[in-house]
Design a protein around this ligand. Structure first.
Ligand code: PRP
Length: 215
């Protein structure tokens, strides 16, 4: 029987570049994807019978849950926010950052005294889980789609729940980390049916990736 193509979904951007380097290291390169001018979304490695595709980060767990992709590479933030039925099998150790509650120093006391505050975020589920289940603080969550740091500056919210990598965005906007929710990094996720049906090939890929990130 002819081998079926394994499909791997990559979150667009920095994560995808890093991931492709790793796949090259484990003998699954995809030269087509290296062309910076390409507008293609799907790339095939005929020899390995693998296809890679690029998707928006938050969509990667969706493709994997429905089996449109067997494997996905995505940030832990997205996995937590999307809450999909997928297996999370490996921490790749890159894309390291933290999910934090940030704001001006003056918001510190509002957090400490569990005041009813507004929290702006791209991650309403993570923010709700943190405030309601970890801190037991009632807050109003406001969903935004980007440039979250703006919210406390223009008076939309007292704090934000957002990713901090280098801390530069916060610093340049007079904000700081007030509390840390959790550490984050890039992860490998797998479709639950694929894990059974394609167990040998997928286990080998996970093993090779694990070895490659150890070095
Ligand atoms: C992310 C995040 C912060 C910034 C943190 O935004 O939301 O704004 O990076 O990085 P730093 O600590 O290194 O400054 P992203 O660039 O993904 O864009 P966004 O504002 O559209 O979310």
């Amino acid at each position: 029987m002819e081998e079926r193509y394994l499909t791997i979904a990559l979150g667009k951007g920095r994560l995808a570049k890093h991931a492709m380097k790793l796949f090259t290291e484990i003998g699954m390169p995809c030269t087509e994807m290296e062309d910076p001018d390409t507008r293609k979304l799907i790339f095939v490695n005929e020899e390995k019978k693998v296809r890679f595709f690029l998707a928006k980060g938050p969509d990667v767990p969706t493709y994997v849950e429905y089996g449109a992709a067997d494997i996905g590479i995505v940030g832990e933030d997205t996995i937590l926010e999307e809450g999909r039925n997928i297996y999370e099998v490996l921490d790749l150790g890159f894309g390291k950052c933290r999910m934090c509650i940030c704001g001006p120093k003056s918001s510190e006391d509002l957090l400490k005294h569990r005041e009813m505050i507004r929290v702006a975020t791209k991650y309403p589920k993570i923010a709700r889980d943190y405030f309601y289940n970890v801190k037991h603080q009632t807050v109003e969550i406001i969903k935004l789609n980007g440039s979250i740091e703006l919210a406390p500056i223009v008076g939309l919210s007292e704090v934000i729940c957002d990713i901090v990598e280098t801390g530069t965005t916060l610093k340049e906007n007079g904000l700081e980390v007030l509390e840390t929710v959790c550490p984050l990094s890039a992860r490998v996720v797998v479709n639950q049916v694929s894990m059974k049906m394609e167990n040998k090939r997928i286990t080998e890929i996970i093993r090779d990736l694990r070895e490659a990130v150890k070095e």
